[in-house]
Design a protein around this ligand. Structure first.
Ligand SMILES: Cc1cc2nc3c(=O)[nH]c(=O)nc-3n(C[C@H](O)[C@H](O)[C@H](O)COP(=O)(O)O)c2cc1C
Length: 238
């Protein structure tokens, strides 16, 4: 498909036909993901492709249980918000159970340029070396900003996930990107460790769940929320 057509066709798909997605096609999507750029080319991603309904069921159960635990406590504070959160989980998270494939995307921390360097100077200062931190500015704010605000590790992951998604559309499938299950990520990681053939070393190396994706042939398609006009999110200075 022509690139702009793929981009324009993309929308979040939450209902799927009962048609299979062959592993060969899912591997094509992963291959496209692997072509994405990443900070220092670290390629900080691992796609766990799950077509096994038992494992998908266990993941959905873990999310539902965790959601219920949060909802129970929320109810003591704000019943309305608690019920909305419960409903959100049903409509916007565990719908993946009806998709033919679920992809759990793992990632790992990436320390951006400047982070280890500034840390080196700050540590030296703490140990008594007469370095001048004033010249660098507020070290703690800078380190926090580099790692958590700019977060190039997550930027790289986003590029890979978008490539995966666009290739899915190119091959005639639909997809939905999910991060709303991240509050159950530890439980999901344990299911991957215990119930799948995943290389356990990945977790030793620091990989953790960053997002999930559903893939399937689109069923009923709802209208996507409106998008801003390009002028509203672009500044041109010539
Ligand atoms: C990082 C990210 C996280 C998302 N998490 C969820 C989610 O947990 N559940 C869901 O149903 N949709 C999720 N979405 C889809 C968005 O709701 C959707 O992209 C947005 O509403 C725009 O609609 P469109 O994708 O159809 O253009 C997520 C999208 C992104 C990029």
């Amino acid at each position: 498909m022509e690139l702009m057509k793929v981009i324009e066709t993309r929308q979040s798909i939450r209902k799927f036909k009962e048609e299979d997605v062959p592993v060969a096609d899912l591997m094509e999507m992963a291959k496209a993901a692997g072509k994405a750029p990443s900070g220092k080319n670290v390629q900080n991603w691992h796609f766990v492709i799950i077509k096994n309904k038992d494992v998908m069921g266990k993941i959905a159960e873990a999310i539902t249980e965790r959601n219920a635990a949060i909802v129970e406590e929320m109810k003591k504070v704000d019943e309305g918000k608690a019920l909305r959160f419960e409903k959100f989980c049903k409509n916007f998270t565990v719908f993946f159970l009806k998709a033919p494939a679920l992809v759990v995307v793992l990632t790992r921390e990436y320390l951006p340029s400047g982070y280890p360097e500034v840390t080196l100077v700050a540590d030296a200062k703490r140990e008594g070396t007469p370095v001048d931190l004033e010249k660098i500015g507020d070290v703690d704010t800078l380190l926090h900003s580099l790692k958590y605000e700019k977060n190039p590790g997550m930027q790289s992951l986003g590029a890979a996930i978008e490539n995966f998604t666009l290739r899915a559309i190119d091959l005639g499938y639909g997809s939905c990107w999910l991060t709303s299950a991240n509050y159950a990520s530890k439980e999901i990681e344990n299911i991957l460790k215990e119930e799948t053939s995943i290389d356990q070393n990945l977790f030793e190396e620091g990989f953790f769940m960053g997002a999930m994706l559903t893939v399937g042939v689109p069923g009923e398609v709802n209208k996507s929320p409106a998008k801003k006009d390009v002028e509203d999110f672009t500044t041109v200075f010539e």
